[in-house]
Design a protein. Structure first.
Length: 189
């Protein structure tokens, strides 16, 4: 499964207080202005990453066919329906999809930001009432643009951007939102 990427900012500590430099203000990276949102003590991108480069400026492989996508052990990036009629609209709406090898480099997000760990996602969902209820406040609402079926009371603005699975197939766009964690589970990529 190759989900979307959100970024979380490393907090700045001063005098026992957590400080962020203008969390809630847009953050520009590689020509795109990302919305940010403070949820509890964490500063999050409120939209998915769109970068085709690592923060080292090295390009991430893109344009891989299904066979190459399913066998590569290098970082790779795609857009839902890449090469199809909806690719441009999907990039605009959902951002890009990355494989584990790109995530695992530690160089995917802008400097000072990183792919969240399981622990950071747990802090997020616990702060929103736990995993059984956190989904609705994290999902974009019907009145948001782009819209989904949540309340978005957190400002997280999660969308159903789908995945590109291990066979290279694009699945569940419009129905499921999946996000990478920097925490590895098992040995499968």
């Amino acid at each position: 499964m190759n989900p979307q990427i959100l970024a979380i900012r490393v907090p700045i500590q001063f005098g026992g207080r957590v400080l962020y430099n203008n969390c809630g203000d847009p953050y520009t990276y590689e020509g795109h202005s990302y919305a940010t949102v403070l949820i509890g003590t964490q500063c999050w991108f409120a939209e998915n990453l769109r970068s085709e480069n690592y923060n080292t400026e090295a390009a991430i492989a893109t344009g891989l066919d299904d066979a190459t996508w399913s066998t590569t052990t290098d970082g790779a990036v795609t857009v839902y329906d890449e090469g199809g009629a909806n690719a441009v609209a999907n990039l605009s709406t959902y951002g890009r999809l990355y494989n584990w090898y790109a995530v695992n480099t530690g160089n995917l997000c802008p400097t000072g930001w990183h792919v969240p760990t399981d622990e950071e996602y747990t802090t997020l969902t616990d702060g929103l009432g736990g995993t059984s209820v956190a989904g609705d406040p994290m999902k974009s609402s019907a009145s948001d643009s782009p819209a989904w079926n949540g309340t978005n009371t957190s400002g997280f603005s999660g969308l159903a951007g789908g995945i590109r699975d291990y066979d290279g197939d694009f699945l569940v766009e419009g129905f499921g939102g999946y996000f990478w964690s920097a925490s590895a589970i098992g040995t499968n990529a």
